[in-house]
Design a protein around this ligand. Structure first.
Ligand SMILES: Cc1ncc(COP(=O)(O)O)c(C=O)c1O
Length: 381
């Protein structure tokens, strides 16, 4: 019998590039990694010290919603960073934002419902939607418009194919596009007008190169906000993130969390409290990313790989159509011939992504410089 519910599920192609990169490294080749979306640096020293201090104690499950010090510290963060009062009772600590998506969909979207996402977008959105038996509605966004979803496009997409929720990241992966307050407010207003849930993925907050990204919570208490310690705080492997929920969804989400995950990892929650106090370290990482962003965008453009630098996150999404019409073939050749691992656009956009590549610039400045030299030699033939 054909399984129709998960038939849109696809592999994460960059994982194949990553596996080949590791194999080449094992053979002694030097590989520069611009593929995976994660910082090269460890978390802040305070984070490591906080964990070391409790390593000898038993680490039991925590309450499902997370430890109180962390939920209180997150509430303070919203007051300081966004000027909004968030009751810690509305905060649920999660196993990364990835778990937040599962909880958000199950709590807020009717079984089998439709969830809108942008194309290009983070690949796990589509795969999680398919994998859980929901259906995606992809709304295309365009380079000419800074890769931003507009209120008009949201309304028009809903008129064409009604959906139950919108999952939106700003700053976005893979484009780095970040919405300003008016743009985000416009989308939130349309969400109310057409009666859909707004799920705001704010995982790249803090990694802004123009202006600070507004939270959906500045406009409404009725959005589901998802965030994580993975990116800004250099904690991808710690698997800890959080959600801020509308009152009406708190209890349901708590019950889902109790049963699906019990609680987020205890040590990582302790580490997360320390991370919230270590913004100087996170800002220092961001300074290096900003330099990398500018150098990479200028360098690639000079080589004929066109793309504007993103507003936030740590990705450069650029067009390779001068060199190839198949981003997976391009990615493989770039890896094998030049020793640079980067992500093929088909991961982020199943229709137009064959013309694009995503380069992650969360590594060291030296790695970015060396990558540019290698890519230059590669495209010169
Ligand atoms: C837009 C976006 N959301 C969520 C995630 C998942 O992050 P986490 O480590 O918090 O599960 C990623 C990871 O790359 C991402 O790019």
């Amino acid at each position: 019998m054909t399984d129709t519910t998960t038939s849109g599920l696809q592999p994460f192609h960059v994982m194949e590039i990553l596996a080949e990169a590791k194999a080449l490294e094992a053979e002694g080749r030097s590989i520069i990694h611009l593929s995976a979306g994660e910082p090269g640096a460890p978390p802040a020293p305070e984070v490591r010290a906080a964990v070391r201090a409790v390593l000898d104690q038993p680490q039991r499950y925590t309450p499902a919603k997370g430890i109180s010090p962390l939920r209180l510290a997150l509430s303070v963060h919203y007051q300081r960073q966004h000027g909004v009062a968030v009751d810690p009772e509305r905060i649920v600590v999660t196993t990364g934002s990835s778990a937040g998506f599962l909880l958000a969909f199950l709590a807020a979207i009717p079984a089998g419902g439709r969830i809108a996402v942008t194309r290009p977008g983070y690949p796990a959105y589509l795969n999680t939607i398919y994998g859980m038996g929901f259906s995606p509605v992809e709304i295309p966004v365009f380079a000419e418009n800074g890769w931003k979803l507009t209120a008009e496009a949201l309304r028009a997409a809903h008129e064409a194919t009604p959906f139950d929720g919108l999952l939106l990241a700003s700053p976005a992966n893979p484009t780095g596009a970040a919405l300003d307050r008016a743009e985000l407010d416009g989308l939130a207003d349309v969400a109310v007008e057409i009666g859909i849930e707004l799920i705001s993925d704010e995982i790249y907050h803090g990694l802004d190169y123009r202006a600070s990204s507004p939270s959906a919570l500045e406009h409404t208490n009725d959005a589901v906000v998802i965030n994580s310690f993975s990116k800004y705080h250099c904690m991808t492997g710690w698997r800890v993130g959080w959600m801020v929920l509308p009152e009406r969804l708190v209890r349901k989400t708590e019950m889902l969390q109790q049963n699906l995950f019990i609680s987020a990892p205890t040590l990582s929650q302790i580490a997360a409290v320390a991370a919230l106090g270590a913004t100087d370290y996170a800002e220092a990482q961001k300074l290096a990313y900003r330099r990398n962003r500018d150098v990479l965008a200028a360098g690639l453009t000079a080589l004929g790989i066109d793309g504007a630098p993103g507003d936030g996150a740590f990705y450069h999404y650029a067009e390779i159509s001068r060199f190839s019409n198949d981003s997976m073939v391009f990615a493989r050749a770039l890896l094998r011939q030049a020793g640079v691992a980067a992500a093929p656009g088909v991961d982020f956009d199943r229709i137009e992504g064959h013309r694009y590549m995503r380069f992650c610039y969360a590594g060291t400045p030296g790695e970015i410089d060396e990558a540019l030299e290698r890519i230059g030699r590669f495209v010169a033939g």
